[in-house]
Design a protein around this ligand. Structure first.
Ligand SMILES: Cc1cc2nc3c(=O)[nH]c(=O)nc-3n(C[C@H](O)[C@H](O)[C@H](O)COP(=O)(O)O)c2cc1C
Length: 262
């Protein structure tokens, strides 16, 4: 290992600790300096949205939590059958659904997954191939309204998406691909340099809920960490980094979903 690699490894390990060692001289966080936060939710850009159904009780949910945990595994083969809109709605609710709001000056959301300081930095994007009632396109989840807005109506993303997923074609061709992007400033406002650690821990909660929710309705998923950062961010129309802008957004994690092959 050369010196440069050794130094980079050391820096990344510090990130695991929330930059503990280098933090001593860090300035106060923006919250400590009493600066305003940014909104805890993105403003919708579309007027025409797809309302998501919420009668989850009508889904044939199978198994108790012990069974679901025991059965959970990464699944990379999916049936050709499309997902129903109700199934997709249930998975979105399980991973990012909002239960309530708190706070007046700097509101935060409480959701079905935990988040450090309830900062919830993620925006969910969907590459939809086969979901009943949805055209093939890229969508953005609006958790407050529990709706989908069209993010990009282009349906010829197959090749670019496969490339962005480092040739993992099973993920690009799944009925739907969840992509979670983070707006890190939501976390940095409170936690400064420690924010990156918390964002990454939070991502794990989201994806684990997806695994268990999928398992409960006869679907399968597989966490995807191997993707091309620039290509995926570009596909979603994000400004390329690095950046310290408050509105900066970047992909952090993904997961394809499809019905299990029985
Ligand atoms: C952070 C993370 C990144 C992963 N990235 C990929 C990936 O890019 N492609 C893939 O096929 N599996 C990926 N996986 C799935 C792992 O390979 C899988 O969890 C592991 O082999 C254990 O299998 P299990 O999930 O069935 O227990 C990832 C898992 C995690 C937690």
């Amino acid at each position: 290992m050369n010196d440069k690699t050794r130094y980079e490894i050391m820096k990344n390990r510090e990130l695991l600790k929330g930059y503990h060692a280098e933090d001593a001289s860090a300035e106060e966080t923006d919250q400590q300096q009493k600066l305003p936060s940014i909104p805890c939710l993105q403003v919708k850009k579309e007027i025409n949205t797809v309302k998501l159904p919420t009668d989850y009780e009508s889904l044939p949910a199978a198994g108790n939590i012990i069974e679901l945990i025991s059965r959970r595994e990464s699944r990379r083969n999916y049936a050709d059958a499309p997902l129903s809109l109700l199934e997709l709605s249930f998975l979105l609710w399980s991973t990012q659904g909002i239960r309530r709001f708190a706070g007046h000056k700097n509101p935060v959301t409480f959701r079905n997954v935990p988040s450090a300081g309830s900062r919830h930095t993620f925006e969910t994007f969907l590459f939809v191939n086969r979901v009943e009632g949805l055209e093939k396109a890229i969508y953005h989840y609006l958790p407050e309204e529990h709706e989908l807005e069209l993010w990009d109506d282009s349906s010829d993303f197959d090749e670019e998406l496969t490339n962005a997923l480092c040739s993992q074609r099973f993920a690009a061709s799944a009925p739907v691909l969840f992509v979670w992007a983070s707006i890190p400033y939501r976390m940095e406002w409170r936690y400064g340099l420690k924010a990156a650690k918390y964002v990454l821990i939070d991502a794990g909660h989201v994806c684990e809920n997806l695994y268990l929710a999928c398992e409960s309705i006869g679907c399968g998923t597989c966490a995807i960490g191997a993707y091309d950062q620039d290509r995926m961010d570009d596909l979603l129309g994000f400004m390329p980094g690095p950046s310290s802008d408050k509105g900066y957004i970047c992909t952090v994690y993904a997961a394809p979903v499809g019905k299990k092959i029985t």
